[in-house]
Design a protein. Sequence first.
Length: 249
Amino acid sequence: MGVKEEFNLSGRRVLLTGGSRGLGQAMAEGLAGAGASIVTVARTATEGSADGLIQTVQADVAELGALPALVDRAEEMLGGHVDTVVHAAGAQHRSPAASFPPEEWQRLVTINLTAPFALSQEIGRRQLDRSEPGSHIFIASLMSHIGLPNLAAYAATKSGVMGVVRTLAVEWAASGIRVNALGPGYFRTTLTEALFQDEAARERLYQRIPMQRFGQPVDLGGPVVFLASDASRYVTGQLLMVDGGWTAG
C-alpha cells in the first residue's frame, strides 16, 4: 500500500459528535474529503452535505441512556458498522475556582468526559464482539498539559480524557482498536469567543504561540484523517497536539 492509499478513507464509516459547527464541522469535512461516510451528531437539526458523505442525526450525547439507540441509528444511516468515532462535542465555563458553580462543574464533566467515554464504550463493545478493528479519536486540549486561570472544570475533564485514552488504548490494542486524541491549541470558536473579545487576553495568547497565529478549523482536517487512517495503524494511546508549537515553547 502506497502512502496516498494509506490516507484514503473510502469505505470507512464515521460517527462524529459536535459536527454542526466549528472544529467538529471542519473535522467532518476533512474526513469526508478523504472519502469517509460520516454521521454527525448535533443537538439541533442541521442539513448534511450535498454529496451525501455527511449526514446528521439530532441527539444529545449527554443523554447517556440513549447512546445505544444513537449508535443503532448511525449504523442504519451509514449502511454498516461504525468503525471510527470522533468525540468533538464539548462545553466550556469560565469561573474562578473558589466560586466555580457545582452545576457547571457537573455539566462539563458529563459532556467533556463521561459522554465520550460512554459512547466509545458502546462502540468498543460492538467492535470487540464482532472482532472488528476501529479508531477512536478523543479531543483533548492545551489544558491536558497546562493550567490557566478560571478553567478548573475544563482542565479536569481534558486531563481526564487522556486517562481514558491511555486505558482504552492498552485494553483494546490487541483487538486492533486504536484510541488516540487530538489536542487543539487556541482556535476561534463558540467556546473561545468571549476570550477573543478581550483584546489584552487575546494578545497574551498570541504571544505564546511560536507560529504567531491562532489555529484555523481547517488545520485539524489533516491530523484527524491521519488518526482515522491506516497511516497511523501503529499509533495508539497518543496525544497529537495541534497548537502552533505552544506546548513546545
